[in-house]
Design a protein around this ligand. Structure first.
Ligand code: CAA
Length: 385
């Protein structure tokens, strides 16, 4: 008999395996990665060795073929130890999912294969200086030249830029048509004319480089187009429907990491002659933290189910899970700092890093205000579960 409303044995096993890997090979470097703002090479190597760097890639393209829930579990467990490191599997999914959704079989075999084999990461180039929340306002141009396309423009806020070998790049191919004039291409780091800005100096996720990407007469063959001309925006939005669930997973993971640490601390720390966990005021805080995390987790897993099945209400669930879980992550990590008092405010304890890292989950892959626009549109269109 199967358990009702519980993780399968396979999913539970994935969680345990990744938790052990994260505890042994990722957590020990998390503080240094943040302090030195350096790429988490140890995590990268451990994830590639374990086959967890791009778990979503289907088996037919050489990947492990993890379903959406298994991918969420991988990202959640890595984020519990180090949010910067969790961006490796998360951004590899974000960057490559457009190829999986809209690419030709040839493109899928080539690029999903390279990603799965650990030959290079995959970043997603949608945002621009003038196209943040207004993602359709693309200025990067692609112009046909025979059987090639020539790309010019600037992308901003590109996660893992410079580290990744492959980039899904959204371009404007017909400015008259706005969102229907946007076309996606795969561009390689080694393509002539591709260069990168200086790493942004950020509040959190300091181990994950965020840079501008410049395209200066980058000439690429026609077969690097993802789908057809004009399909890029829809592919980009469909991708975000799925990957907002992975940001929710990150948020759940970092919140759980902060609660775990705080629970240990409040039982050790003595004031007024007893552990501070004996005080009901603090007990109420940890109860709320645990309750909120569990609610966020359940919504995230429910959204992952919709992602796996491709349900019509995924757009709502992806936005809801991302907005809810990231708000929870901010509240819980801030409360964890409060529970540690002055110690929590120092870099000698991990919770201030977790609080700084949590903040981005309310911003990227669409601000939580954009998520509410997306949810409201779905509700008003009558699309609900
Ligand atoms: N699935 C499929 N197609 C979709 C879609 C979806 N979820 N959403 C929109 N589309 C298509 C539709 O075909 C639509 O055309 P129709 O009129 O024919 O239906 C077309 O796109 C235009 O859609 P909208 O009219 O809804 O577009 P809009 O200009 O009003 O924008 C928006 C809507 C929701 C605000 C959108 O711009 C948005 O999501 N903005 C936020 C962008 C974002 O999330 N950026 C994050 C960048 S990635 C990141 O953070 C990176 C990182 O490195 C971690």
């Amino acid at each position: 008999m199967t358990d009702f409303y519980a993780l399968s044995d396979e999913h539970q096993a994935i969680r345990e395996t990744v938790r052990a890997l994260a505890d042994a090979k990722i957590a020990p470097f998390a503080a240094a990665v943040d302090e030195e703002a350096r790429y988490p090479r140890e995590a990268h190597d451990a994830l590639v060795a374990g086959g967890f760097h791009a778990p979503h890639v289907p088996e037919e393209y050489g990947g492990p073929g993890a379903d959406a829930l298994a991918t969420v579990l991988v990202i959640e467990e890595v984020a519990r130890a180090c949010v910067s490191s969790s961006l490796i599997p998360a951004v590899n999914k974000l960057g490559s999912l457009p190829v999986q959704i809209g690419g030709s079989e040839e493109l899928k075999h080539t690029y999903l294969g390279k990603l799965a084999a650990g030959e290079g990461g995959f970043s997603y180039c949608l945002s621009e200086p003038e196209a943040g929340s207004d993602a359709a306002n693309q200025k990067t141009r692609a112009v046909r030249d025979g059987d090639h396309w020539v790309i010019n423009g600037t992308k901003r806020w590109i996660t893992n830029a410079g580290e990744s070998e492959y980039y899904t790049v959204l371009t404007m191919t017909d400015p008259q048509k706005r969102s229907k004039g946007i076309t996606a291409f795969v561009v390689e780091k080694s393509d002539e004319g591709v260069s990168f800005g200086a790493p942004e100096r950020k509040l959190g996720i300091k181990g994950s480089p965020t840079r501008e990407v410049y395209f200066d007469d980058v000439r690429i063959p026609e077969d690097r187009m993802i789908g057809h001309e004009g399909e890029g925006f829809a592919i980009a939005m469909q991708t975000l429907d799925h990957t907002r669930v992975t940001i929710a997973a990150q948020a759940v993971g970092v919140a759980q990491g902060a609660l775990d640490y705080a629970l240990g601390y409040v039982q050790e720390r003595q004031q007024f002659g007893k552990p501070i966990s004996d005080f009901q005021g603090l007990q109420f805080m940890v109860a709320d933290m645990g309750m909120k995390i569990e609610a966020a987790r359940q919504l995230t897993y429910a959204a992952a189910g919709r992602s796996e099945r491709g349900d019509q209400d995924l757009t709502f669930f992806g936005a809801a899970a991302k907005a809810f879980a990231s708000d929870v992550a901010m509240q819980v990590t801030t409360d964890a700092v409060q529970l540690l008092g002055g110690y929590g405010f120092t870099r000698d304890y991990p919770v201030e890093r977790m609080m700084r890292d949590a903040k981005i989950t309310q911003i990227y892959e669409g601000t939580n205000q954009v998520q509410r626009i997306v949810m409201a549109r779905q509700l008003l269109a009558g699309i609900q579960s």
